[in-house]
Design a protein around this ligand. Structure first.
Ligand code: ZN
Length: 151
């Protein structure tokens, strides 16, 4: 079976044409993530909106070397967080993590146009060893934002 058959068109498309690929040259913050179980490596660059009181993630891009699930998840995540407020992003990350860990009723997940992509990621739950692959970009972003937030 092909990757498309197993994981579906949406994840295959994000894997083949990752969105927001490439690193920002003058990022506010760079954060690396590593998943030793699979060997996934990811680098996120974050650009925060200028102004100390504004906590908006203006831009988030990535590069990495990892399995198709990790890369597709990063592509979907970076699309969802552009221009969003920190508090909103942290809620989203937490909701996604709960959902992937099997919590059924999770609040705070999107129901707009982006929902289709994130719903495709929930399917990864069928492959428990790959859940960490799907989560890596999200936990890395959380780490990066926490650090940026602290100063
Ligand atoms: Zn992986």
């Amino acid at each position: 079976m092909s990757y498309r058959d197993v994981f579906g068109e949406i994840l295959a498309d994000h894997h083949e044409s990752p969105r927001n690929w490439g690193l920002i040259t003058d990022p506010t913050r760079t954060e690396n993530g590593f998943n030793p179980l699979c060997g996934d490596k990811i680098t996120l660059t974050l650009k925060l909106k200028d102004g100390s009181s504004d906590e908006t993630l203006e831009k988030c891009t990535f590069e990495g070397e990892g399995c198709s699930i990790c890369m597709a998840s990063a592509s979907i995540m970076t699309e969802m967080v552009q221009g969003k407020h920190y508090s909103e992003i942290l809620k989203l990350i937490e909701a996604f993590r709960e959902k992937m860990q099997g919590v059924e009723a999770v609040e705070g997940l999107p129901s707009d146009d982006a929902a289709e992509d994130i719903v495709a990621l929930y399917g990864i739950k069928r492959f428990p060893v790959r859940i960490k692959c799907a989560l890596l970009p999200w936990t890395t972003l959380k780490k990066g934002m926490g650090a940026a937030h602290a100063g």
